[in-house]
Design a protein around this ligand. Structure first.
Ligand code: PNS
Length: 162
């Protein structure tokens, strides 16, 4: 059975992520979307629990997709899941250097695990969670960028008193 892991922050999941997840799910028997917990990224908007719920709802119609979390090294997590492939989306040349660095270090740690890159659909080549948060914060319409449950969650989040 081919098990792939699609790792990331998913703060929050966007249509760009979903494009990669849907296409990955057609190639691998199982795709585990896994949220990195111990990320020292500044100020996440959504808690890990909220991100799990948003991802579960957004992928509920894809039967071979699972949502999970991980701590520490991705390669160690891959071993615990018996997964042999990492799926990543590439939007533009600017993603390449960082992704190549990660793929290279992961191959050094375990050369039996392959990283597969998929070019993001052109329509989403500019899209990132950060952009969504930036415009969502000011009440802009993000319905073409994120699924309806994420749009609602963003609206609620930014309406909350801080
Ligand atoms: O969505 P992101 O923030 O670009 O995801 C980055 C992620 C989570 C895939 C990457 O930071 C990661 O794999 N972190 C786990 C720690 C690790 O294994 N590091 C070694 C490879 S760089």
């Amino acid at each position: 059975m081919s098990i792939a892991v699609c790792p990331g922050s998913f703060d929050p999941v966007t249509y760009g992520h979903l494009d990669i997840i849907q296409r990955g799910a057609k190639v691998f028997d199982k795709v585990i979307i896994s949220i990195l917990i111990n990320r020292n990224k500044t100020n996440p908007v959504f808690t890990v629990e909220e991100r799990i719920e948003l991802l579960k709802e957004a992928t509920k119609d894809i039967p071979n997709v699972e949502v999970d979390t991980f701590n520490g090294l991705l390669i160690d997590y891959m071993h615990t899941k018996g997964a042999n492939a990492i799926i990543k989306g590439l939007r533009a040349v600017s993603d390449f250097e960082y992704e190549m660095q990660m793929a290279s270090i992961n191959r050094l740690l375990d050369n039996k695990i392959e990283t597969f890159f998929m070019m993001t659909n052109n329509q989403f080549s500019f899209l990132s969670s950060s952009i969504v948060k930036e415009v969502g914060k000011y009440g802009a319409d993000v319905s073409s960028l994120v699924p309806p449950n994420v749009e609602k969650a963003l609206r609620e989040k930014f309406e909350e008193p801080r």
